[in-house]
Design a protein around this ligand. Structure first.
Ligand SMILES: [Zn+2]
Length: 258
C-alpha cells in the first residue's frame, strides 16, 4: 500500500522527536503516513533492538502511522553507499510517497546528517527509469550492487520520485522555512515519545547521559513552544525547504506581522 507522506530517519525515535506531531496531524487529515527507520538501534546505551522494535510499533500506532519499517543498516554506521541507497530506493518505489521528510543535513550525530544526504540521493535514483531494483530486500544481487542494472526485470519496482522533500530541522539551531502547528497533537506526540520506555524511563543505565523524564518533558515542551510562539500558535515543529516558496493569494498568507 502506498503512503502520501514518508518520514525517513536514522534511529527509531528520531521521527517522534522531530516531526511526530506533523505526521499525526496529517494522518488526522486523512493522509496515509509512513516511517522508515534506517537502523534498528542495537548500539543504544539502553535497551535492545527488540525492545526498540516493540516500542517503535507502539509509537507508530499512537501517531496513527499506516506503515513503518526499520532497515538493517548498522546503528552508528549509517554510510552513504550504493547498497544503502538501493535499500531506500526500493522502499520509495514500493511506498511511493508524494512528500518525503528527511533529517536536516547538518547535525552533531553523523548518522543524522548522513541519513539526510543518503535519503536525498536515494530519492533521485528512485526516479531513474533505467535503474532496475528488485522487490525483495534479500534479493539485492551482486550485479545490482556493482552497477545499475538496465533491462527487463519482471519483478523490478516502477520508478518513483517524491514531489516534495522537506527537512525536519528540530535537532539543529537553524531558522526554519516554515513550522507546522501541532498544538492539538502535542500531548499525543509526547505520549508516542514516551512509548520508548527503554530509553526514557528513569533508570540507572546511562543516567549520566540521559536526562530524567520530567526534564525531557520540559525540554520537548520548550522547543515546541519556541517554534510555536514565532508563528503565533502554542506548539509547532520546524521544517526547512530548499525551494522558493510560492504564494497565490496574498490575503491567505498566515502569521501576523505586527
Ligand atoms: Zn537519532
Amino acid at each position: 500500500m502506498p503512503v502520501d507522506i514518508l518520514a525517513l530517519a536514522a534511529h527509531r525515535d528520531d521521527v517522534e522527536q522531530t516531526c511526530g506531531g506533523t505526521l499525526l496531524k496529517m494522518a488526522e487529515r486523512g493522509y496515509r503516513t509512513g516511517i522508515l527507520d534506517l537502523t534498528q538501534g542495537e548500539m543504544g546505551t539502553r535497551g535492545t533492538a527488540e525492545d526498540r522494535a516493540r516500542e517503535a510499533a507502539e509509537a507508530a500506532s499512537i501517531l496513527k502511522v499506516a506503515w513503518r519499517q526499520a532497515l538493517d543498516i548498522p546503528d552508528g554506521r549509517v554510510e552513504n553507499t550504493w547498497e544503502n541507497r538501493l535499500k531506500i530506493v526500493r522502499v520509495l518505489r514500493e511506498r511511493r510517497p508524494r512528500v518525503l521528510i528527511l533529517p536536516y543535513w547538518e547535525g552533531r550525530h553523523p548518522d543524522h546528517y548522513t541519513a539526510s544526504v543518503l535519503g536525498y540521493e536515494a530519492a533521485f535514483l528512485a526516479g531513474l527509469a533505467k535503474l532496475a531494483v528488485s522487490r525483495q530486500p534479500s534479493a539485492i544481487s551482486r550485479q545490482e550492487i556493482d552497477a545499475a542494472v538496465v533491462g527487463e526485470d519482471a519483478d523490478a519496482t516502477l520508478p518513483h520520485r517524491p514531489f516534495k522533500i522537506i527537512y525536519a530541522s528540530l535537532y539543529r539551531d537553524v531558522r526554519p522555512t516554515f513550522v507546522v502547528d501541532i498544538t492539538k497533537q502535542f500531548e499525543t506526540r509526547f505520549q508516542a515519545l514516551m512509548a520508548y520506555k527503554s530509553q526514557f524511563t528513569d533508570q540507572q543505565a546511562g543516567s549520566n547521559i540521559f536526562p530524567a523524564q520530567k526534564e525531557i518533558r520540559a525540554r520537548v515542551e520548550s522547543i515546541a513552544r519556541f517554534y510555536g510562539m514565532q508563528a503565533g500558535v502554542t506548539y509547532a515543529e520546524p521544517f526547512v525547504q530548499k525551494e522558493m516558496g510560492l504564494v497565490d493569494d496574498l490575503l491567505a498568507i498566515p502569521v501576523k506581522s505586527i
